[in-house]
Design a binder for this molecule. Structure first.
Ligand code: ZN
Length: 436
């Protein structure tokens, strides 16, 4: 696959996926269209040899192929990633007036780089629960798509020290403006949401919204920049880039091994949730596939997790923020992330396995470690390998401006990651590392 082809898919996936709920739905729809069967956690499963399946749980998704159902003890090749990104989440009672303007109350979701949320055309999307005309309650995906929100900066004339390290108070400074009061009068926020549900889901006949998980997002489309278009700028590259790469790898692979995608929600807020990597979703699906405890144990022992999440590329204006012996460059291949405190799950053995896979795929990996005087970030890797009891490695595309409303990666980086991910799925057996 050419880098541009994969990038086209990535751009369209990002546009369709303003929230984890949308990302999981888009991936599920694509998999079903390509022959995967959707399973319901609330029913028993009749899995078949050669079958391909997908399960969705509240913004998380697990997909798997049973190319050899009789050989479950060989384990699964698993690609893990997360569907959520830092954002601003709407409060339950989300409309408030400020003199003549209608503004929305928000909470910070995850470690958002807050100053980047000012002066942008923002829209709103997420999951809403509504009571409909038949008296029952239903969930709907909602996306306003157009720029309905905006957080204007305060002019520098009114805050002369704005460029000298201004603090941002989420409660006071970050409420998006929605309308002028005159326009909003007589039309409650709840009614506004109901109208949108009914226009986006014509059969809904919603009467009132009873709850919502709604997030603000940047309306600007992903695109290229640089003299030779060597860079990509886009919202939510962390971690929709990895979801897109994993999805493409499982769709394109030669169907020889038992393979799996585990895309978790809530990584940005610590992974402890019903649909997060510290929940039981992955374990439960693997247990249901294996059927008995002995097979399950051997299957996990022989499985391997390739945990994909973006990595910090060395920033040319802040060279001293990365370890000087481990420069990470855009457009130079996937980054293996290492940390002595196991904030990443990589180790010598899993690193060697991935390096062999990369070499065979014609890709050269880079090694990232945090400076020893700075705290490391983390990923789903340590949680998922601990919860599942599988070996694994943390790898990702090099990225600038992680957790900004727009992040940057190299134009060829998604394809490098795809090539190594696809070979990870397809290789006859994982490289074996002998014991001493
Ligand atoms: Zn991430």
């Amino acid at each position: 696959m050419k880098p541009e082809q994969l990038n086209d898919s990535l751009f369209s996936f990002i546009k369709q996926s303003p929230t984890p709920f949308h990302a999981a739905a888009v991936i599920r729809d694509k998999l079903v269209q390509e022959g995967f069967t959707q399973l319901d956690e609330g029913h028993t499963w009749n899995l078949e040899n050669g079958g391909k399946y997908v399960v969705v749980r509240h913004g998380a998704l697990i997909a798997f192929t049973l190319s050899d159902f009789s050989q479950l003890t060989k384990g699964f090749r698993i690609i893990g990633a997360h569907t959520d990104s830092p954002s601003l989440q709407l409060k339950p009672q989300s409309s408030s007036t400020s003199k003549s303007y209608f503004k929305i109350g928000v909470e910070k979701y995850g470690g958002a780089l807050l100053h980047t949320w000012f002066d942008r055309e923002l829209s709103l999307a997420g999951n809403v629960t509504a009571q409909c005309a038949d008296g029952r309650y239903y969930n709907y995906l909602l996306d306003f798509e157009s720029p309905i929100l905006y957080i204007p900066s305060l002019a520098i004339h009114l805050e002369r020290k704005a460029n000298e390290g201004r603090e941002i108070n989420v409660q006071n400074d970050l409420s998006p403006i929605f309308a002028q009061k005159a326009i909003a009068d007589g039309k409650s926020w709840n009614k506004f949401l109901v109208e949108r549900i009914n226009s986006q889901h014509p059969d809904a006949d919603a009467q009132s919204v009873e709850g919502h998980d709604l997030f603000c997002y940047d309306c600007a489309a992903p695109g290229y920049f640089g003299v030779e278009s060597e860079f990509i700028s886009a919202p939510r590259l962390d971690n929709l880039l990895s979801c897109c790469v994993g999805l493409q790898a499982i769709l394109d692979m030669e169907n020889k091994n038992n393979c799996m995608l585990i895309f978790s929600n809530h990584e940005e807020i610590g992974s402890t949730s019903y649909s997060g990597a510290l929940g039981n979703f992955g374990n439960l699906v693997l247990a249901r596939i294996c059927g008995n405890f002995d097979t399950y144990g051997v299957c996990l022992h022989n499985s391997f997790l390739l945990s994909l999440d973006n990595a910090h590329a060395t920033h040319p204006n802040f060279l001293d923020k990365n370890d000087p012996d481990h420069e990470i460059l855009l457009n130079h291949g996937p980054v293996i992330k290492l940390n002595s405190s196991q904030r990443y799950c990589s180790n010598a053995k899993s690193g060697a396995i991935f390096r062999i896979i990369c070499a065979e795929a014609g890709v050269t990996p880079q090694d990232f470690v945090m400076r020893s005087d700075m705290l490391s970030g983390s990923t789903i890797g340590p949680f998922a390998t601990a919860e599942l009891g599988v070996q694994g490695i943390d790898v990702g595309a090099p990225t600038w401006a992680m957790h900004s409303i727009r992040e940057v990666t190299g134009t060829t980086d998604p394809e490098f990651l795809y090539r190594s991910s696809r070979h990870f799925f397809e290789r006859e057996a994982l490289p074996s590392i002998g014991k001493i």
